[in-house]
Each structure stands twice: as structure tokens, then as C-alpha cells.
Design a protein around this ligand. Structure first.
Ligand code: FAD
Length: 278
């Protein structure tokens, strides 16, 4: 196949980026480019026919930390998130970010690129989904906020500008990553489990499992929230049966054909997490 030199657009401010997106609808937005296809033994990357580079836009580099909220500009690098330290971001989010690739790649890789990768939910998806993060998208005329739970793809003509994360105190937090380390393939999944277990009652619970498919259900969570701890065997069995049906339904709804191993992993992680609640 003939190689066509790509059209590349570098912009230094958000307005110019949004104007370019409006003028050239076929543009692909790129940030760190770490998920681009590699060639020549990984020494070169293959760019799409028309690319808009947003990595250096100042408005997308912001970190806004409040007591109960943190907002990241979409082009904030993963290492900048880690620089905040475990005291300023939740430990499970810190663990998820440090599980991504190597230090050098995390210098380039952005939080926005991690969320917007279309074909696979990357390592930060499960923790952000569990935290009820909201995504801010902008076009030249409009700003919209989409909860992670409703996000499927970047709307045409928009780019992701901010990731808005509510902060909450949790008594139990866990981040697990399965599949190969420091790379992504069809068996890569991440799981996040959060629970509030104050006064022997399950006050709140979140469970997100993301990879080729993304699973989180408020209905499932609400069915067990309010239970006395530890959970009894029957309650756990009932929840696992619902989770099994939910998983199968989501595969159909999201039109995904995943390795059967992933369902076993989801069920095991959920069962283990529920059993450890005290
Ligand atoms: C060796 C290696 C190991 C890796 N290991 C991991 C891993 O363990 N876990 C993991 O999660 N990832 C891994 N990755 C993939 C990648 O590094 C990360 O997912 C990274 O966060 C992607 O960010 P980026 O800025 O490079 O995205 P890009 O490659 O620039 O873009 C990714 C996608 O997002 C879109 N996009 C980017 N920013 C925006 C925006 N603001 N608005 C709209 N669309 C946007 C792009 O169009 C593209 O489709 C690995 C990559 C390599 C090369």
C-alpha cells in the first residue's frame, strides 16, 4: 500500500484546535500518540491521514484540586498525575496510573488519550467509571458534560477537554489489573472496587470491570447497598447470579465477543471483594 504523507496540524490554543476540528471534519485528534500503530520495530509510528496534535495546548494542561473534587485537563500526562502523590489522589487511582506502561511512555501518555481510545477501555477506565467521573467535551460552539457511565465515543466535531472527578472517602478500595503487564491486548482488564463499610453497614459500593467490554451497574450495586456486614452467603450468591446475567447482557448490548476467561475473572474479583467486606 502506498504511504500517503499525513496532514498534521499543531495548535497552541484551544480555540484554534476547535476551529480546525470544525473546518476539517476528518481530523483525528492526537495527544501523546502512544497508542498509534508502530512500524519498523517500534521506531516509527503510523499517523492517521489528517491529525490534530493537542498535547501542548495550555488550556488542556490544568490540574484543579479541591477538597471534594479534582479536575484534570485532557492533555495532562500520566506522570503529572503521579507527581501529585498518594496523599492528593486516591490510592487506587494512583495504582492504576502507575500500572500504565513505563515511566518514559507515561511522560507522553495523557489521561484524555487513555479514556478516548475507542476499541478498548484502557487501564484508567475502571477507576474513573467507579468514581462517577464526568467528561467535558467542547466543539467550537458548544460545551457538553457526559458521565463516564454514558460515554461510548467522542462526539463528532468535539474533543475531550476535562475529566472531572468527585472525591469521596472509602473504607475499602481495590484496583486490580489482569492480562499482560505494561501493554494492552484483548485480555487486558482493570477492576475497581470501592465500599463504605461504616458502622457495620454497607453504606455505598461501586464495582467496575473494564477492558474489551465495560461493566458497571447501579442496579446491581443498589441491590446490596444497605446490607449488614459481613454479607451472608445467600446475599452474595444472589448478587453473583445477577452479575452473571448483567455481564452476558452487556456483552450483547455492547456487541462484544470477549474471551470467556474475562467473565470468570469478573465473577471471581467481585466474589472475593464482597467476601472481604467486614
Ligand atoms: C509499550 C506501551 C505500553 C502501554 N501500556 C498501557 C497500559 O498498561 N495501560 C494503558 O491503559 N495503556 C497502555 N498503553 C497505551 C497508551 O500509552 C495509554 O492508553 C495512553 O494513556 C494513551 O494516551 P495518549 O495521549 O498517548 O493517547 P493518543 O495515542 O494520542 O490517543 C489515543 C486515542 O484517544 C483519542 N484522543 C486523545 N486525546 C483526545 C482528546 N482530548 N479528545 C478526543 N480524543 C482524544 C485519539 O484520537 C486516539 O483515538 C501502552 C502503550 C505503549 C506504547
Amino acid at each position: 500500500m502506498d504511504y500517503v504523507k499525513p496532514d498534521t496540524f499543531f495548535v497552541s490554543n484551544l480555540t484554534d484546535a476547535l476551529q480546525q476540528l470544525k473546518n476539517i471534519p476528518s481530523l483525528t485528534v492526537l495527544a501523546g500518540c502512544t497508542s498509534c500503530i508502530k512500524s519498523l520495530n517500534g521506531t516509527k509510528i503510523r499517523l492517521p491521514p489528517a491529525a490534530l496534535f493537542i498535547r501542548h495546548i495550555e488550556e488542556l494542561q490544568t490540574v484543579d484540586k479541591k477538597e471534594r473534587f479534582i479536575g484534570f485537563g485532557a492533555a495532562v500526562s500520566l506522570n503529572r498525575i503521579l507527581e501529585l502523590g498518594k496523599k492528593r489522589i486516591p490510592d487506587f487511582l494512583y495504582d492504576a496510573v502507575s500500572s500504565v506502561a513505563s515511566h518514559n511512555i507515561r511522560n507522553l501518555a495523557t489521561i484524555g488519550g487513555n479514556i478516548c481510545k475507542a476499541d478498548h477501555k484502557m487501564s484508567l477506565y475502571a477507576p474513573l467509571l467507579a468514581m462517577d467521573a464526568r467528561l467535558e467535551f467542547k466543539s467550537i460552539t458548544e460545551t457538553v458534560q457526559i458521565p463516564m457511565s454514558k460515554f461510548s465515543e467522542v462526539p463528532q466535531g468535539f474533543l475531550l477537554t476535562k475529566v472531572l472527578i468527585p472525591m469521596q472517602d472509602w473504607s475499602v478500595t481495590a484496583f486490580n489489573r489482569l492480562g499482560p503487564s505494561y501493554e494492552i491486548n484483548h485480555l487486558s482488564v482493570s477492576f475497581t472496587f470501592l465500599a463504605d463499610t461504616t458502622k457495620g453497614i454497607l453504606g455505598d459500593m461501586r464495582a467496575a470491570f473494564c477492558g474489551p467490554v465495560s461493566i458497571r451497574s447501579h442496579e446491581l450495586e443498589n441491590s446490596i447497598i444497605g446490607s449488614r456486614l459481613p454479607l451472608n452467603e445467600r446475599d452474595i450468591e444472589n448478587l453473583l447470579s445477577s452479575a452473571s446475567r448483567l455481564y452476558d447482557d452487556e456483552l450483547i448490548r455492547q456487541n462484544k465477543d470477549c474471551a470467556p476467561l474475562l467473565k470468570n475473572q469478573y465473577m471471581n474479583l467481585l466474589q472475593y471483594s464482597l467476601k472481604t467486606l467486614m
